[in-house]
Structures are given as structure tokens and as C-alpha cells.
Design a protein around this ligand. Structure first.
Ligand SMILES: C[S@@+](CC[C@H](N)C(=O)[O-])C[C@H]1O[C@@H](n2cnc3c(N)ncnc32)[C@H](O)[C@@H]1O
Length: 228
């Protein structure tokens, strides 16, 4: 590498780091600009957001619905699952669910069933198994699917797990916190994750959930063996 190129790359890295440090606190409600996702490999076929009437607080129900339509029940980890509503809904639908989150929180006492359009109570005695630790790749062994919605510190690790252990992974990326990878200057975080996954020969299927905000999901998995 020439000295000039090395200097330019260092300057770009410094600028990216400075922007990270100086950027305001992550806004989980901020919509992803369409422009930021333009020309992204694999995202071209994604339908435009159009009207997104549902509120962000229903994202667990929408993710639950998406999973039920796409995947047969199995063992799922809700990584960075917070209060664990997604894990709970999946458990109700026949999945063997676990929350992996260093912060222990109790389930909410109610949620809205979007199909029946009514509130449903969650009994005080109801629980979902919880691993109260930061996610680590060795935890993936016990699961078929690892879902991470707006979670911190585990997006890149989960892509590594999808590649190394042939696990299915669903990411709904949000802010970049404690990740070992930074987007190039001007690159969107989602685009950076897609590139990282494609470089590991993984299949990336993007989708959009019907709420306003950070609503792009990435279903990431290994290619079926006969297509390799
Ligand atoms: C923005 S909250 C998202 C919670 C929930 N998934 C949601 O969509 O509301 C980020 C969560 O990531 C968890 N978290 C932070 N570092 C983590 C790590 N290394 N591994 C797993 N979870 C982590 C936090 O405790 C927090 O519950």
C-alpha cells in the first residue's frame, strides 16, 4: 500500500470514528432514509415503505408474525430481548424460546393482539427462560434461530455465528454500539452488515416490518448445500 493511500484510509477511519463519537444519542424512532439503502446488494427488490401505520411499540407482534409465516417452530434465542415480549409470543406459538440479555427484566403485563385487535394480559406467573449475560458465540449452539431486534453489541457476532455454525439469524439493526466493525464514511450501518454477511457467502433476505422507524430486517442464513 502506498503511503498516500494509507494516509487517506487513516483519515477516513478517523472521520468515521469522530462522527460516531460526536453523533447525538441514537434515535430508535428515526426512519431509515431510503437513500441510505439505495444500491444495497439484496435490498433492491424490497417494496417501498409506503404508508407504515403501525407504531414502533408493535414491532414484537410484527416480528412474531413474520417469523410464523416464514419458519417452522424450533429453538429460538431473542438476543438483546429486553422485556422478552417477542420470546414470549414465540413461546405461545410453539417455539422453545430464551431471552439472552445482560439486563434482567420482567415480561410486560399486557400486549395488543393485532389480529384480534384487543389487549391480552400476561399472567404474573408466566415466564420465558433468560440468560442474564451478554451474548457470546458459544451460546448459539443450543438454538436454531437467533433474533436480534434493535440489540446492542451483537450484530456482527450473530453474522459470524450464522457463517460458522450454520445458524439462522434475523437482525433488525439499529444503532452501532459495542460492535467490532464500523461502516465506511457515508455508508449506512445496514449496508455495512449486508456486505459483511455477503462476504461470508451467506444469503441475506431483507424485509421491512410495518412500523415507522428502524424497520428493516435481515434474514441471514447459509445457502442450501446443493446450491453451493
Ligand atoms: C435498545 S434495547 C432493545 C430491546 C428489545 N429487543 C427491543 O426491541 O425493545 C437493547 C438491548 O440490548 C441489550 N444488550 C446490550 N448489550 C448486549 C449484549 N452484549 N448482548 C445481548 N444483549 C445486549 C440491552 O440490555 C437491551 O435490552
Amino acid at each position: 500500500m502506498t503511503k498516500r493511500k494509507h494516509k487517506r484510509e487513516k483519515a477516513q477511519l478517523f472521520q468515521a470514528l469522530t462522527e460516531q463519537v460526536q453523533s447525538p444519542p441514537a434515535d430508535h424512532d428515526a426512519p431509515i432514509p431510503e437513500q441510505a439503502l439505495a444500491n444495497l446488494p439484496g435490498l433492491d427488490a424490497l417494496a417501498s415503505s409506503g404508508g407504515l401505520p403501525k407504531m414502533k411499540k408493535f414491532r414484537f407482534q410484527l416480528m412474531h408474525e413474520w417469523i410464523l409465516h416464514r419458519l417452522p417452530p424450533g429453538r429460538v434465542a431473542d438476543v438483546g430481548g429486553g422485556k422478552g415480549l417477542l420470546a414470549y409470543l414465540l413461546q405461545q406459538s410453539g417455539w422453545q424460546s430464551t431471552v439472552i440479555d445482560p439486563v434482567a427484566q420482567t415480561l410486560p403485563d399486557k400486549y395488543k393482539d393485532l389480529t384480534l385487535n384487543r389487549r391480552v394480559k400476561i399472567g404474573a406467573a408466566e415466564t420465558v427462560p433468560h440468560i442474564t449475560q451478554p451474548f457470546a458465540p458459544e451460546m448459539a449452539e443450543k438454538f436454531d434461530l437467533l433474533v436480534s431486534m434493535h440489540a446492542h453489541g451483537c450484530n456482527v457476532q450473530l453474522i459470524d455465528v450464522a457463517a460458522a455454525e450454520q445458524k439462522e439469524v434475523i437482525l433488525l439493526p439499529c444503532c452501532i454500539i459495542q460492535e467490532p466493525l464500523l461502516p465506511a464514511p457515508g455508508q449506512h450501518w445496514i449496508s455495512c452488515l449486508v456486505e459483511y454477511a455477503l462476504a461470508k457467502n451467506l444469503i441475506v433476505e431483507p424485509f421491512r416490518l410495518n412500523f415507522r422507524g428502524q424497520n428493516i430486517g435481515l434474514y441471514i442464513h447459509a445457502a442450501p448445500e446443493n446450491t453451493l
